[in-house]
Design a binder for this molecule. Structure first.
Ligand SMILES: *Cc1c(COP(=O)(O)O)cnc(C)c1O
Length: 440
């Protein structure tokens, strides 16, 4: 499979190049030249397949020509060493729990897949070290750091905004050591993202070291996120939760709490591959740039605003370029399939309390946006599933304060919190970041 850039000004790339480079030469995002649809027979038997079996079939449609079958199977099975179950919250509203991985958030899936695929490619060639640069507003850093921890030939630099990441989140990427370096930037998430983007554009730096990105822009990170949408559909079909019209369209609505829009874009790819989803909802916090685009047709990036759902505090979502590309820049096609929602911190709090009181289900602040959008927008004949993108314990202080409860901390999270923080403080100026890397 060849990959083209959303900006159309860069040469086509192989999968390997797209994974290693991350971002195309023209700063565009890579898109597969072709999106293969799955056979109808796959959807007929999907409810008899396991999560790993489904994921392997879907992975073959994306990566089959570029990675040999056995290696791909191993990468998929090893990535999905944990489940992503669908849990009923109330009548017609279900939670797709994506927090059962090592760092308790959905980004584990893409990060683990990418680490294994990158290692597969590096093993085929020279011994030169590959350096992964990743900007994080919270959960990306921990997922990527843990996904790559101890992987030979790869070093990871995690850039995060000083004081804007919870202590629990921070502990998941600052305590690891080994091939992981945490960089504490005196700025906001968008500054971290700008530093990473500038590093890729700097010729001198690129001559000095081999750089790659692991943000959700990387095709090896965002495409595997399609796996769990197929599996959610399979499990809901298996349990007889869905209904189908004469054309075989289901009544399933998928709602994704969105920040950089990688997660929902993977779902949209699934839809293009034939997954019978009726429609999608992108739930935003106060960073409502996409919501405004849906209403007006105009996309106006904004500086990011700090909110309770901080992993969604993105003022200029990168993957918007992919959504535009997927639908030929047609606002009409996009709004025909995707609705929006936007919630203030007050509404998020209210939703977490209300859901816990009525259903006993403990939402995290991100999942709360998804749950509420379904509650408000689901029609009587639809069934909704929202992504519960992180475990509430990752935001324990806030969650306990909001609900007056005491969220139990899973042991794998407690283990991180016992570690010692190691980080490199830097300004948000690119020259400082570059000087630091030139010494590495
Ligand atoms: C990253 C993240 C999101 C946003 O996902 P995108 O793919 O960036 O839209 C939502 N919730 C949590 C908990 C996250 O870590």
């Amino acid at each position: 499979m060849q990959y083209y850039s959303t900006n159309q000004q860069a040469p086509m790339a192989t999968l390997k190049k797209a994974v290693v480079k991350g971002l195309a030469e023209d700063r565009g995002l890579y898109m597969p030249e072709q999106i293969n649809t799955m056979e109808p027979s796959f959807f007929e038997r999907i409810d008899t397949l396991t999560f790993q079996e489904i994921a392997y079939e879907v992975a073959k449609a994306f990566f089959g020509g570029d990675v040999d079958d056995d290696a791909l199977r191993n990468i998929v099975y090893d990535t999905l060493a944990f489940d992503c179950p669908v849990v009923a919250v109330e009548k017609n509203i279900h939670s797709l729990e994506l927090f059962h991985g090592p760092t308790l958030a959905f980004k584990d899936v893409g990060a683990r897949f990418m680490a294994r695929l990158l290692q597969y490619f590096i093993r085929q060639e020279s011994q030169e070290r590959v350096n992964v640069l990743v900007a994080t507003s919270g959960d990306t850093g921990s997922a990527v750091a843990n996904g790559f921890l101890g992987v030979d030939g790869i070093h990871v630099y995690v850039l995060y905004p000083k004081g804007k990441v919870s202590r629990i989140q921070e502990s998941q990427f600052t305590t690891l050591g080994r091939n992981i370096t945490a960089i504490e930037v005196d700025g906001v998430f968008d500054d971290c993202q700008a530093l990473v983007k500038n590093a890729f554009m700097d010729e001198q730096l690129n001559r000095h070291m081999r750089l790659t990105s692991a943000n959700s822009i990387n095709v090896a990170r965002f495409l595997p996120q399609a796996f769990y949408y197929f599996n959610a559909y399979a499990r809901m079909k298996e349990q007889g939760m869905l209904t189908f019209d004469k054309e075989g369209k289901s009544n399933l609505v998928i709602c994704v709490p969105s920040g950089n829009f990688g997660n929902i874009t993977a779902g949209l790819f699934g839809h293009r591959m034939g997954l019978p989803v009726k429609r999608f909802i992108a739930a935003n916090n106060a960073n409502d740039i996409f919501y405004q685009y849906l209403q007006t047709g105009v996309y106006t990036p904004q500086p990011s605003k700090q909110t309770l759902a901080n992993a969604m505090d993105v003022g200029d979502p990168s993957n918007f370029a992919r959504i535009l590309d997927l639908y030929g820049h047609s606002h009409e096609r996009i709004t025909a399939l995707i609705c929006g929602a936007t919630y203030s911190d007050e509404q998020i709090k209210e939703t977490m309390r209300d859901c816990l009181n009525r259903t006993d289900y403990q939402l995290d602040p991100h999942g709360a946006c998804g749950y509420r959008a379904l509650q408000e927008q689901l029609a009587d004949d639809e069934v909704g599933v929202f992504c519960e993108t992180a475990h509430p314990a990752k935001f324990k202080e806030k969650v306990d304060e909001i609900t007056g409860g005491d969220v139990a901390i899973p042991e794998r999270l407690a283990a991180f919190m016992r570690g010692t923080k190691q980080s490199v403080p830097l300004s948000k100026e690119f020259c400082d970041f570059k000087a630091f890397l030139m010494e590495e």
